[in-house]
Design a protein around this ligand. Structure first.
Ligand code: ADP
Ligand code: ZN
Length: 210
């Protein structure tokens, strides 16, 4: 099963990807997490990406396309994978098609912009594994600590309010055209984002498994 998670920043892609990853026992490939990891370890790619990411802009296509191409060749992707945060532009989607990726479903989680601003400004993520939390709606068992790995929960630089607006603008301009792209390929599944993670998960699983 090869799945793409589509949707605005903060629509709940990462959260649903984590659920599907466990459900189908396939890896999640989050370009955002891979880039943040490169940034932390100070690789050349990380350094190149830093200014774009901090400003809430997209990292250049050739950089992320290279990342995904390498990652999909690893053994654990043979049984399937979930792409979270890729593709984000038409050229990225075209590159993925050229890689021969056989995508089964593109799950587009739709959430209104004002809801997104609320969610992102309260979002915290695990510094170690990237799992998302929220200060009000998705608290960890122990404050400031990741349920999964014990890592510290932090606020991302790009989750500050003015950067959030910028990311939403870019989403509407660069990423939203992918909805039509995958509709034409007959792969699109539109899910209306629900107030709770569990309700959204139910809708996603129903769409995939019937
Ligand atoms: P979100 O979906 O909440 O915006 P991500 O962690 O997926 O968060 O991405 C954070 C940042 O990483 C983006 O704003 C962008 O700078 C960079 N990034 C991640 N994936 C891509 C991609 N496919 N193309 C370009 N930039 C990307
Ligand atoms: Zn963690």
């Amino acid at each position: 099963m090869n799945i793409i998670m589509l949707g605005a920043p903060g629509a709940g892609k990462g959260t649903q990807a984590a659920v599907l990853c466990e459900h189908f026992n396939i890896p999640t490939i989050s370009t955002g997490n891979i880039i943040r990891e490169a940034l932390r370890t100070g690789t050349e790619m990380g350094l190149k990406a830093k200014s774009f990411m901090d400003a809430g802009q997209l990292v250049p296509d050739e950089v992320v396309i290279g990342i995904v191409k390498d990652r999909l060749q690893e053994d654990d992707c043979k049984a399937g994978y979930i792409l979270d945060g890729f593709p984000r532009t038409i050229p990225q989607a075209e590159a993925l098609d050229k890689m021969g990726a056989n995508i089964d479903y593109v799950i587009d989680i739709e959430v209104a912009d004002d809801v997104i601003v609320n969610r992102l400004s309260g979002r915290r993520v695990c510094e170690k594994c990237g799992r998302p939390y929220h200060t009000e709606s998705l608290k960890p068992k122990v404050e400031g600590v990741c349920d999964d790995c014990g890592g510290a929960l932090v606020q991302r630089k790009d989750d500050q309010i003015d950067t959030i607006k910028n990311r939403l603008d870019i989403y509407h301009k660069e990423t939203e055209p992918l909805v039509n792209y995958y509709k034409e390929q007959g792969k699109l599944v539109v899910i209306e984002g629900q107030d709770t993670v569990a309700d959204t998960t139910e809708a996603v699983l129903k769409a995939i498994e019937g």
